[in-house]
Write a protein that binds this ligand. Sequence first.
Ligand code: KG4
Ligand code: ZN
Length: 341
Amino acid sequence: MRTALKKNNALILGIETSCDETSAAVACGEKNILSNVVVSSLRFHKKYSGVVPEIACRHHAENINIVLDKALKQAKAGLSDIKAVSVTQGPGLIGALLVGVSMAKALSYCLRIPIIPVNHLHGHLYAALLSTDKAARFPATGLVVSGGHTTLVHMRGIDNLKLMGQTRDDACGEAFDKAARVLGLGYPGGPVIEKLAAKGRPGKIRFTRPFLEAGSMDFSFSGIKTSVLNLVRGMKGKPCSTADICREFQDAVFDVIIEKTRICCLKNRSESLLVGGGVSANGQLRKRLKILCDREGIDLFLPARGMSLDNAAMIAALGSYKYNRHIFGSLDFTAMSDMPF
Ligand code: KG4
Ligand code: ZN
């Protein structure tokens, strides 16, 4: 058991259950992760080509105690060492969020420790700061690219966020998943499309890039997904392969993301770019973001590969940041499927 820990190195327990990952983690300070246990119910959703909320919730209820015990054990800590519990409040699947929020409230109540509700998208952006000792300079732009969100925010500081743009239809990860389904590539679509795109020939086909109104920082990906569907339906005899389609699909989605991110960075005179969410695991996107930032003189913060997807480490670390600034919630907050910054 730890004794005499400095206050800003208090142990914070993080809980994440917004989608299909049940996760618990222990942070000791704002960047130091002692444990991060993730159990995914992904394989139970594969045959439905997407996350089934009912199945995800059942697995959260079954796994939450297991991941908590493991996270504490790996951190060599007991419940009495934990100084606060931070939890994903939203956005996400409401039934799934409620499992984590209920557990966090029970711990906060029984252990008489503060509870810290955290925005899941904010957690994804914070994950980018965990990969390096370098400090982000502000103002910054935050880009979340996940299965449920494509969001640009202006950051005046780590905890001062303003929404600049978001998707008007499918999120980019969702578009990868739906395009993969149309192409018969299984679920989730992102990793398999990335792999095939690497073998695809550029310029064999051309999809329209939806940039919307001039200067808009909103996104729309459903048209690119429909282009894939239309192409596949009328494909007999066409001189392009599945790999070529993946290549063009990925290029089209990333052309839009890179351009909107560039506009947002320039508009807000951003000194840093923080990126998070499942799609930020994509090597091609990472490469293109690096080129953008090098060209514009912006510091780029990307999550370590394992930290792009949903995890409680980012929730625990952001909880630690808030704990050190006395930003606490109270037990009467509720989970929110749609949650503003
Ligand atoms: O952040 P995340 O784990 O869950 C949400 O909060 O939504 O993101 C999951 C999404 C899925 O849509 C998946 O297809 C996508 O991230 N993804 C990728 C890659 N790895 C995961 N998309 C593109 N390229 C990848 N390598
Ligand atoms: Zn996520």
